[in-house]
Design a binder for this molecule. Structure first.
Ligand code: HEC
Ligand code: HEC
Ligand code: HEC
Ligand code: HEC
Ligand code: HEC
Length: 185
């Protein structure tokens, strides 16, 4: 009964779509609740001091943002570029040194947590479209402790994609997509 198979395939496909939608809707009850989240960190590292007062470029530490999907958090060795000389008597700085010596990465607590069912890529926005970090993360250079500023909700993403027929900086070579599959595979 050859003709049975495509039909079954379609039923299976439809079931998968329904299950996926249900999972997304359930997830929707929890997502977006991260706005304002400002966790305590294992070392009293301050963006206000480093990116604000000292004007260290975001990409000096978050070099991944330009090249890959994830911005990443710098390894302790990057901190030691300066702190092998600067503030060596500080107990907070000594924690960095201890991490390097023991080879144990610093256990930073994540601030942003994106749902698995949505796709985001830093380099597309930072390097290709030339969008400032602050458009999505707010004035991080004024924060003693990082908090999530924006909702990072679907509406936030799609609003800009809709408006970006003319991208914010005029640098983007392509208009961003509002197709579901651009952000949900
Ligand atoms: C000297 C290194 C350094 C510089 C410069 C720096 N950061 Fe960071 N950043 C860190 C470290 C370390 C963390 C992890 C600890 C924390 O959250 O404070 C972090 C965390 C973050 C987070 C939160 C990541 C998460 O867990 O979700 C964001 C967003 C961020 N930085 C954005 C920026 C922006 C924007 C700039 C420039 C205005 C910047 N950073 C400059 C070191 C740096
Ligand atoms: C268009 C919006 C947008 C822009 C622009 C943007 N980010 Fe992000 N960023 C996000 C989202 C969304 C997440 C959560 C992604 C995830 O968890 O995979 C995130 C997560 C992060 C994280 C923690 C997780 C990771 O990816 O390692 C850091 C650190 C960070 N961003 C830094 C930066 C810096 C520095 C810049 C500028 C160079 C920047 N971001 C530009 C939206 C943005
Ligand atoms: C480009 C140089 C540079 C880099 C890289 C750097 N720092 Fe600093 N950091 C400084 C300077 C300068 C100060 C002193 C600021 C002041 O007190 O005026 C400082 C101060 C600090 C302090 C406060 C020390 C105290 O007790 O007063 C901590 C904690 C700290 N940094 C952690 C870090 C961490 C963690 C990293 C890596 C993610 C890092 N720093 C990377 C230059 C740097
Ligand atoms: C400030 C405007 C802005 C915001 C906010 C923004 N984007 Fe984008 N996005 C763009 C632009 C411009 C491009 C096109 C870059 C290029 O040419 O590759 C893009 C491209 C993309 C792409 C590549 C697919 C495509 O359309 O070609 C994905 C996926 C994406 N964005 C997801 C997201 C997600 C998820 C969020 C929310 C966390 C988000 N974006 C927030 C402006 C934005
Ligand atoms: C530019 C990126 C982007 C596009 C395009 C997009 N989404 Fe989303 N979507 C997201 C993000 C990001 C979330 C997670 C929101 C959160 O964490 O609050 C999400 C969440 C969802 C959810 C979970 C419930 C909710 O609202 O939070 C559903 C269902 C969903 N999207 C369906 C769709 C459908 C259907 C389309 C096409 C019409 C679409 N999405 C297009 C980025 C996008």
């Amino acid at each position: 009964m050859g003709f049975d198979y495509p039909f079954r395939g379609r039923v299976a496909g439809l079931t998968l779509v329904c299950v996926t939608l249900a999972a997304l809707l359930l997830a929707g009850c929890n997502v977006g609740s991260q706005q304002g989240y400002e966790p305590e960190q294992p070392i009293a590292y301050s963006h206000a001091v480093h990116a604000g007062q000292r004007q260290i470029d975001c990409l000096y530490c978050h070099f991944g943002a330009e090249r890959s999907r994830h911005a990443g958090v710098p390894p302790a060795q990057v901190c030691m570029n300066c702190h092998s000389q600067v503030k060596r008597d500080s107990p907070e700085v000594q924690k960095i040194e201890a991490a390097v010596d023991s080879g144990t990465p610093i256990a930073w607590t994540r601030v942003h947590r994106f749902p698995d069912f949505a796709y985001f890529d830093h380099s597309r926005h930072v390097a290709v479209a030339g969008i400032q970090c602050q458009s999505c993360h707010g004035p991080v250079e004024t924060m003693t402790r990082v908090r999530q500023v924006g909702s990072m909700s679907m509406g936030f993403c799609v609003d800009c994609h809709r408006k970006s027929g003319q991208p914010v900086t005029g640098l983007a070579p392509s208009a961003p997509s509002t197709d579901c599959t651009a952000c949900h595979f």
